[in-house]
Design a protein around this ligand. Structure first.
Ligand SMILES: [Zn+2]
Length: 318
C-alpha cells in the first residue's frame, strides 16, 4: 500500500470523492519539491484503477502494479533532462496517446510532473485535452506554484494543496524509507528539511545509485550499440535476482521513454544515443521493456525472459 498517511486532508478528500464515484478527471496537486506530489499521484492512480473495495485496496493486481511503477496504463511525463520547460511536443505526444484505449485497466492515468514549467502554448494544448477529454482518461498535474498556470487551466481542474508533515511524521517516514541510517541522523535530516520528506532523503544521501541503476546505463548502451551476447552478459547477473531484474527493467523502461522525449526537446540527451534510435523506436522499446518487467513478476524463467526481451529489442533496432 502506498504510504501517505500524513497528508490527511488530501487523502480524506480523495477517499470521499472516490467513494461517491466523483473523482474528477483532472486534478492539480500543489506543493514544493519533495513534499510528496508523486506519491499522492500514485495514490490517485491506484484509486482510479483499483478493482477492490474500498479503493485503493492495495492488494489487487492494479494496485500492486501502480505501486511498483509498472502499470501500463499509468503514464508519467516530466521535463526532459537538461531542459527547463515541459515541452509542448510532449503534450502533443500525450494527446495522441490519450485516444488509444487502456491496455488492461478501466482507464488511463497521465501524471504530468512539473506542470508549472509549461509555457502558455503548452498549457493551451493541454487545455484542449482537458476540456474535451477522451473517455476513461484522468490527468494529474503536479505543480510547485499554481500561479504559474493559466486561469483557464485552473478553472478546469480540481486543485489540492499538499501540506508538510510534522517533524514526527517525517521521522516516521524516514525510519521506513531509510532504515540504514541512525535515529539521530534521521531526526537531524527531518529537522534540516523542515519536515519535507523528499528533501530529508536528499540530506541523508539515500539517492545513492543501486546496482540496477548502474546496470541500466550499461544495458541501454549494449542494446543500442553492442551485440546480443553483451546485453545478455549484463542480464546474467540477475539470474537469481527477480526483484533486482524488475527494478532494472523499470529503470530501463524510463530511460528509453526519456530518450524518446529527448528527441522533441533537442537537448539533454547524448546525441550519440539520439542518432542511433528514433523517438518512435525508443517508445516501442520502452513498451517491450515494460512487458518484460510485468513478466518478471510472474514465475517465468529469467534467462528465457531476458533472451526474448533482447531479441525483440534488437528486432526493432535493426
Ligand atoms: Zn486495488
Amino acid at each position: 500500500m502506498i504510504q501517505f498517511d500524513y497528508n490527511r486532508r488530501v487523502t480524506g478528500t480523495l477517499a470521499n470523492l472516490s467513494a461517491g464515484g466523483r473523482l474528477p478527471h483532472a486534478i492539480l496537486l500543489e506543493g514544493p519539491a519533495g513534499i510528496g506530489k508523486k506519491t499522492a499521484a500514485g495514490l490517485i492512480a491506484q484509486i482510479s484503477l483499483c478493482e477492490g473495495e474500498p479503493k485503493p485496496c492495495g492488494v489487487c493486481p492494479h494496485c500492486v502494479k501502480v505501486e511498483k511503477r509498472i502499470h501500463p496504463d499509468v503514464r508519467f511525463y516530466t521535463v526532459p533532462d537538461g531542459k527547463k520547460e515541459f515541452p509542448i511536443e510532449l503534450v502533443r505526444q500525450l494527446r495522441q496517446d490519450a485516444y488509444v484505449l487502456p491496455n488492461e485497466g478501466c482507464c488511463k492515468v497521465y501524471i504530468l510532473d512539473r506542470a508549472h514549467t509549461m509555457n502558455a502554448a503548452a498549457q493551451n494544448a493541454l487545455l484542449k485535452l482537458i476540456e474535451e477529454p477522451p473517455e476513461n482518461v484522468r490527468f494529474v498535474l503536479l505543480c510547485e506554484n499554481r500561479s504559474r498556470m493559466l486561469p483557464t487551466i485552473l478553472s478546469r481542474v480540481v486543485s489540492m494543496e499538499l501540506e508538510l508533515p510534522s517533524a514526527e511524521q517525517c521521522a516516521e517516514a524516514l525510519a521506513r524509507l531509510a532504515p540504514e541510517h541512525s535515529e539521530t541522523e534521521r531526526e537531524a535530516a527531518a529537522a534540516g528539511a523542515g519536515g519535507n520528506i523528499g528533501q530529508a532523503l536528499d540530506l541523508l544521501g539515500t539517492a545513492k545509485p543501486s546496482r540496477a541503476a548502474a546496470d541500466t546505463r550499461r544495458l541501454q548502451e549494449t542494446l543500442l550499440f553492442g551485440d546480443r551476447y553483451q546485453a545478455l552478459k549484463v542480464l546474467a547477473a540477475y539470474d537469481k535476482d527477480r526483484e533486482g531484474l524488475r527494478q532494472l527493467f523499470t529503470l530501463l523502461r524510463e530511460a528509453f521513454a526519456k530518450l524518446s522525449a529527448a528527441h522533441y526537446s533537442h537537448s539533454g540527451a547524448d546525441p550519440r544515443l539520439l542518432n542511433r534510435i528514433t523517438a518512435t523506436q525508443a517508445l516501442q522499446v520502452s513498451d517491450i521493456v515494460a512487458q518484460a518487467a510485468l513478466r518478471a513478476e510472474r514465475n517465468v524463467s529469467i534467462p528465457l525472459l531476458c533472451g526474448c526481451m533482447v531479441e525483440e529489442v534488437k528486432g526493432i533496432l535493426t
